[in-house]
Design a protein. Structure first.
Lengths: 144, 144
DNA sequence: GTGCGTGCAAAGTCTTTGCAAACCG
DNA sequence: CGGTTTGCAAAGACTTTGCACGCAC
């Protein structure tokens, strides 16, 4: 996703500001995919120390609202944010907390499985599905 | 699950106290299955107003550690707790926040699906899987 | 120019911690 | 009786909010 994609998505609803572009780039340019607010702040502050936390939070809310960012709530009090390009799920290491992405191939099948349970479908209209896998990453397996 | 089950599970590792039994009962006796700490405190305070929040938090941590309670982190800053009798997943209403249980019939299949992806398995040893469905409950569908 | 967006600091919400007293085994 | 556990209040971590100023459109 590029900055001009961002502008297109945001505009109309919100103004495109310097800060929003900076936050977007901080998340978009890094291979490290899941960011806490602190992570983002650190990256942003390297070049732009004047930007405040509140701006990060407010920007993330907007990005979530327009659908370019997804928020993860893991077994942890702090939220993680990621740019949501394509559907995927997450594996969380119970030992070190590492988060690994799993590309989506399960959702469709799971959703169908749920739909087969007629009464669930009648009561609840499902629009999305998130799967979290818990286990141990390669590194932590080696240590044990 | 009964109080004597609880005693068996807890003893050895921890003492069985009046407060722990009260917290357990508050969660076990109610049809309302997902509790915030505030929910639990309200129920507990009906008969035992002297019990403090810290006790609830510490008790829940122990219950989680021994495996009788599961913590849910939803799209929301506050944690939910539930007595985990049998494996199940959750549907969350994006409109009103209602949480509905979905009995498990998906996990096995999902885990197998993941295991088929050899490289994932090699890197990560999966021990559990939680599925969250997001959508709209019957009530909120009607309102719209 | 107007109103949305920002930075700062203060306030808010949920959770954890320190400590003396109380309690379980 | 000795080490856990509790209740209280204070501290901590993360997030939100109020307000005056600044900037995008």
């Amino acid at each position: 996703m590029t900055v001009s994609d961002l502008k297109q998505i945001i505009n109309g609803k919100y103004k495109m500001t310097r800060q929003r572009e900076i936050v977007f780039n901080s998340m978009n340019n890094k291979p490290h995919l899941h960011f806490t607010v602190e992570d983002i702040l650190d990256i942003v502050h390297e070049a732009h120390p004047e930007i405040g936390v509140a701006t990060i939070y407010r920007t993330l809310q907007i990005f979530i609202q327009v659908g370019i960012v997804q928020r993860l709530d893991l077994l942890n009090r702090r939220a993680y944010y990621e740019i949501s390009e394509q559907k995927h799920h997450h594996m969380i290491c119970l030992s070190c907390g590492a988060i690994v992405e799993v590309t989506d191939e399960a959702t469709e099948e799971v959703l169908n499985m749920v739909k087969r349970k007629k009464q669930v479908l009648n009561d609840f209209r499902v629009v999305d599905c998130q799967i979290y896998f818990y286990g141990y990453c390669k590194n932590c397996q080696a240590i044990r």
